[in-house]
Design a protein around this ligand. Structure first.
Ligand SMILES: *Cc1c(COP(=O)(O)O)cnc(C)c1O
Length: 376
């Protein structure tokens, strides 16, 4: 096993999943577990299914196909609009896909027809975050089109907020979705099984004791994996925020001057060439006399493995910077030695990058949840 690894506690992940399945289930909300930040890691997805998660969502067809090979007992939902060039693969392996383009819907219908299948469609509606979704004005016409295509099955409507512009789900935009579901059902005399309110960003709205209206489905990734809601990055009560941690090894530990010396210019990871701070960086010819040495350590990980800004170190450790393969930390409060392992909690973006780095191994600990789901 590589010393640089994600340590994945399946017991804690099971606890997180069964807690939300239970909590939301009591309010009539079903959950799709979104595994895209883990690239559909089988151990995690199987843990979610064992904890009662009713369907699995993935954004890429490659991950959907890999999950299909696991033969899970739950349907697979493609949460990103199918690529026009991949509709045959989509209908073959995903039971349902999220959609917002007429051209894609027609191609899905033709592909499903060719394969003798019926493909489920969740129509995404734009409610202000300005990523994917049909405009409200387009919705009725597109519903009519889907209802007229026998190889498609309208699973419902949904929206996605929070991911592009940080627009928070609230009573106003959720009521719009509810109103649309009611109007469509009356107008077309159909039943929409899903009114899919959104993602982990919907949880604060839900916890506020909101009137749920017709919302009966959420697609959750970050909350299940990291026990947090994304808008305020706050931990969700009763959930574990350390089910997945990053472990790395110390490769240098010394007392070094606090201030750099010499003439300073850009580093490979400076943000902008126009960075106004640059011209004003302090430069010293020699180690500054007034800069007392401090305890510093280098860990064998860097930008190539993780988003360093998304790491939370243990108490007493502070992250001072990172380059491709080095993470520089101050360790006044917790002296480190060469060969020591350090553990970090991860943000969503740090997790995503760590999962996609070929240098970061994965190790699994823990079994089924010993505590059972947590109460509110
Ligand atoms: C990523 C994604 C989700 C899950 O988002 P989280 O914030 O991780 O819960 C849900 N729906 C769609 C359409 C997504 O792209």
């Amino acid at each position: 096993m590589s010393p640089l690894r994600l340590e994945i506690d399946l017991g804690l992940l099971h606890h997180n999943a069964s807690t939300l399945v239970d909590r939301l289930g009591r309010r009539g909300i079903a959950i799709t577990g979104v595994s895209k930040a883990t690239l559909g890691l089988p151990e995690i997805v199987q843990t979610w299914v064992a904890a009662g998660v009713g369907s699995i969502g993935e954004s890429r067809i490659e991950s959907i196909e890999a999950l299909a090979r696991l033969g899970l007992a739950v349907p697979l939902l493609l949460i990103r609009s199918p690529l026009l060039s991949q509709v045959d693969r989509v209908v073959a392996h995903a039971a349902i896909s999220c959609n917002s383009e007429v051209k894609v819907l027609k191609a899905l219908a033709a592909a499903a027809m060719r394969q003798g299948l019926r493909h489920g469609v969740l129509l995404m509606v734009e409610l202000g975050d300005l990523r994917e979704g049909l405009l409200v004005e387009e919705l009725e016409e597109v519903v009519q089109l889907v209802l007229g295509l026998p190889s498609l099955e309208l699973k419902g409507i949904g929206t996605n907020l929070g991911c592009q512009h940080g627009v928070a789900p609230d009573q106003a935009n959720m009521a719009v979705l509810t109103g649309l579901a009611n109007t469509l059902e009356r107008r077309f005399q159909v039943q929409l099984p899903w009114c899919s309110g959104g993602n982990s960003a919907n949880l604060p709205w839900l916890a506020s004791g909101a009137d749920l209206g017709r919302i009966n489905h959420l697609r959750l990734g970050e909350a299940l994996l990291l026990g947090r809601e994304p808008l305020g990055r706050t931990p969700i009560p009763g959930m574990h925020t350390d089910a997945i941690t990053l472990v790395a090894e110390v490769i240098e530990a010394k007392f070094k001057p606090v201030e750099p010396w010499g003439h300073r210019q850009h580093t490979s990871f400076s943000k902008q060439l126009s960075d106004p701070e640059l011209g004003q960086l302090p430069c010293a010819e020699l180690p500054l006399a007034h800069s007392p040495p401090a305890h510093r350590a280098l860990l064998a990980l860097g930008e190539q493995d993780v988003d360093p800004a998304g790491l939370t170190p243990a108490a007493g450790i502070s992250i001072l910077g990172a380059s491709s393969d080095h993470l520089l930390v101050g360790c006044e409060g917790a002296p480190l030695q060469v060969g020591d392992e350090q553990r970090f909690q991860l943000s969503y973006s740090a997790l995503l990058r760590a999962m996609t780095s070929p240098f970061v191994d994965r190790s699994f600990v823990g079994g089924p949840d010993p505590d059972g789901p947590a109460e509110w």
